[in-house]
Design a protein around this ligand. Structure first.
Ligand SMILES: [Zn+2]
Length: 127
């Protein structure tokens, strides 16, 4: 896999055989070439990678959210951003509350938040 384009899903096999750093740098390259203005392209890319990994691994709540958001009119790239905003918030929660002492509960609450995500929430900026 030589190129990443958020608007088409990478083949799960080729995506997963890359290491994490290669995935991040492919995503960074896409955003740099597209000249998208981002406060921190590496952090942004890392969240793309988290979501792409979950889709490539076929995590159902995330796969369902992707379909739902696309049906609601978001581009694949925006849907990635919407899901990664939930992932970011979730991560922040974990860091804040040390809920990671109970990884199962923490994963369940992430999945629940992803299941609630809709394009309307995202447009309103309150994912
Ligand atoms: Zn992006």
């Amino acid at each position: 896999m030589e190129k990443y384009t958020p608007d088409c899903a990478p083949a799960p096999g080729s995506w997963l055989e890359l290491d994490e750093q290669e995935r991040i740098s492919l995503v960074e390259t896409y955003h740099r070439v597209a000249r998208l203005k981002l406060p921190n392209v590496t952090a942004h890319a890392a969240f793309h990678v988290i979501v792409e990994n979950q889709i490539a691994l076929n995590l159902e709540p995330v796969v369902r959210a992707m379909h739902r958001l696309r049906n609601q009119g978001l581009s694949r790239h925006d849907a990635i951003h919407a899901i990664s905003s939930v992932a970011a918030e979730h991560l922040f929660d974990i860091l804040k509350t040390e809920r990671n002492e109970n990884p199962e509960a923490s994963q369940a609450s992430y999945y629940a938040a992803v299941e609630r995500l809709t394009a309307a929430h995202w447009h309103k900026g309150e994912p």
